[in-house]
Design a protein around this ligand. Structure first.
Ligand code: SF4
Ligand code: SF4
Length: 75
């Protein structure tokens, strides 16, 4: 992992809290959120961070209707 990755913003999704509504994907300016083919225990397809490119803007966090499902980290 490069130094750039160690300091880059990222987002995390709690797959068990996500309901797969895709609001976050719709608002992300970098399109770095993807939807899993797997189901969580509530039978939703959760989203996940693609792994790079996040700006740390928080748009996904504010768009998400499920409290605690998204965490945005800006090191
Ligand atoms: S913080 Fe911004 S850039 Fe990062 S995943 Fe969320 S909406 Fe996309
Ligand atoms: S907005 Fe929240 S609940 Fe909807 S898909 Fe994204 S993380 Fe899941």
């Amino acid at each position: 992992m490069s130094d750039e990755n160690l300091t880059a913003p990222y987002m995390e999704v709690d797959a068990e809290l996500c309901k797969g509504c895709l609001m976050c994907i719709g608002v992300c300016p970098k399109k770095v959120i993807e939807q899993s083919k797997k189901l969580n225990s509530a039978s939703y397809h959760p989203v996940y961070y693609a792994g790079q490119g996040c700006l740390g803007c928080g748009m996904c966090f504010y768009a998400c209707p499920e409290p605690g499902a998204i965490r945005v980290v800006k090191p």
